[in-house]
Write a protein that binds this ligand. Structure first.
Ligand SMILES: Cc1cc2nc3c(=O)[nH]c(=O)nc-3n(C[C@H](O)[C@H](O)[C@H](O)COP(=O)(O)OP(=O)(O)OC[C@H]3O[C@@H](n4cnc5c(N)ncnc54)[C@H](O)[C@@H]3O)c2cc1C
Length: 458
């Protein structure tokens, strides 16, 4: 029995650390190999997206792992979007009805370290400075390399789980023996991170309990709070700009001086908040964004990919980690339910693939909403109506954002219902300027004709 419940994880990032904890708690012998050094000794070297939005569907697996309390001790509540128009008043658009419907900003490094500690406490064995280099699936030997001195280590395995992120080496290794049907769609926009430090007396420089957005049509800045009173600002923008200054891109804003001029024109209220704009601009690279489509996620009973390694997505719904955490809980349940790993992996893939596809699509769609729609009058009217219909048809008309962020209904269900609801909102508000003009009888009939009650996953 003991030999059967052995598993080797590649990557001790967010999904790898949580899965290690979940499986170790269930009595599995878990070994985790991570290419970087131990962040608890060497300091965290994540290198990207310093903080992340954690939502209910990410918190549920943390609760199953008895990790929610430790994680939430470092989290900052975000009640809604604080929209900073170029001209006009800053305004808060609440995500939900009250403070029970919020999302949380968590620091990637702190979160990773918390989960690593908990994985180890549950009995998982963690090996750092071990980069997966090569897999011999016939002999079931994985070769790891220590990049500090190029020593290599051959490790026998029963099954490999690839939680090694978007550029997964395990996925590449499986791809050599099985056609995974892999396609990567690069977004023509990228991102760069900047920092808002604390005030001189150690406070936040803006409202902390919000996700700040500066929508500017084809590009935007966002800022998420960190518990050490900083904000991480992310500028999303086309990689290639146009010929005029009205169409900036990372290729046209090359110097720190050009960056300052760009911020003076488009994000003037951020300038006093980002004292080291020039330094951050020069130091932090512009990174690419992509969606990974994979037809197959596992090689019989020998290997499986999860998290970003299976379904990397653009970050505009703040769901990549949440989805990866859901993967961990789903995989743990399928491993409990199936004696044969091949059956568990197949059942996991069948459950998670349609949901990953749905959130990948919603994440792409949300970029347009964030950078261009949030300060449009018709968008705001639709949002107002959405909240009204939520009260008028409780449990039937559930806003899109609530389904994705405050509930655990499968992403595929959230997508299908969101598309229906969007149609209802568009029909009801077409040509209207305020809710007073809405034909409530027609809207109620539309809701009754197209929506059934929605129950959350218990
Ligand atoms: C700008 C940006 C903002 C984001 N914001 C959010 C957000 O607000 N909310 C949200 O839910 N998600 C967000 N995401 C997505 C989130 O970062 C990912 O979905 C999440 O990190 C996936 O976790 P993972 O464990 O699958 O991969 P990762 O976190 O990337 O971990 C992979 C691990 O594998 C290790 N590794 C890689 N290769 C090897 C190898 N060959 N051998 C051994 N180890 C290896 C890496 O060092 C790393 O530790 C954002 C992403 C970006 C880019």
């Amino acid at each position: 029995m003991a030999a059967e419940r052995q598993i080797t994880l590649i990557g001790a990032g967010l999904a790898g650390a949580l899965l290690a904890r979940l499986l170790a708690l269930r009595g599995w012998q878990v070994e985790v190999y991570e290419k970087r050094g131990d962040p608890r000794i060497a300091g965290y070297q994540g290198g990207r997206s310093i903080n992340l939005a954690l939502a209910e569907r990410g918190r549920h697996p943390l609760r199953l792992a008895d990790a929610d309390e430790a994680v939430m001790a470092q989290a900052v509540m975000m009640r809604g979007r604080m929209v900073h128009p170029l001209h006009g008043e800053v305004n808060l658009q609440r995500y939900g009805r009250d403070d029970s419907e919020v999302i949380w900003s968590v620091h990637r490094g702190e979160l990773n370290i918390t989960l690593l500690d908990l994985a180890e406490q549950a009995g998982a064995r963690l090996y750092f400075n071990r980069r997966l280099d090569h897999v011999d699936f016939e002999r079931r030997i994985a070769r790891f390399v220590d990049d500090r001195d190029q020593r290599s280590f051959d490790v026998p395995f029963r099954a490999l789980i690839g939680s090694d992120g978007a550029g997964s080496t395990l996925r590449g290794a499986i791809g050599k023996v099985l056609d995974l049907g892999e396609r990567v769609d690069f977004l023509d926009h990228g991102y760069k991170e900047l920092e808002i430090p604390p005030t001189p007396d150690g406070g936040f420089r803006m409202e902390p309990n919000a996700l700040h957005i500066w929508p500017r049509g084809n590009y935007m800045c966002i800022a998420l709070p960190n518990d050490e009173k900083t904000f991480t600002v992310t500028l999303f923008m086309p990689n290639l700009g146009g010929a005029t200054v009205q169409n900036p891109g990372f290729d046209t804003i090359r110097t720190s001086q050009q960056a300052r001029a760009f911020f003076e024109r488009d994000f003037p209220d951020t300038l006093p908040l980002i004292p080291e704009l020039e330094r951050d601009w020069a130091r932090n690279p512009a990174s690419t964004l992509a969606t990974l489509h994979l037809e197959r996620w596992h090689l019989d009973r020998r290997a499986l990919v999860i998290g970003d390694a299976a379904h990397a997505m653009v970050p505009f719904h703040g769901q990549g980690m949440n989805c990866a955490f859901e993967d961990c809980a789903a995989l743990a349940a399928h491993l409990d339910a199936h004696a044969d790993l091949a059956d568990a992996f197949a059942a996991f893939e069948a459950e998670r693939k349609p949901n990953a596809r749905a959130i990948q699509q919603m994440a792409l769609e949300n970029y347009l909403e964030m950078r261009d729609r949030v300060d449009d009058a018709d968008y705001r009217l639709q949002r107002e109506l959405e909240l009204h219909l939520q009260q008028r048809h409780p449990g039937v008309f559930v806003p899109h954002y609530a389904m994705v962020s405050f509930m655990r209904v499968p992403y595929s269900v959230a997508l299908a219902r969101s598309e229906i609801q969007h149609g209802i909102l568009v029909r009801a508000t077409r040509g209207k300027e305020s809710l007073d003009q809405v034909d409530w009888t027609a809207v109620d009939a539309d809701v009754a004709a197209h929506l059934t009650p929605l129950a959350d996953v218990p």
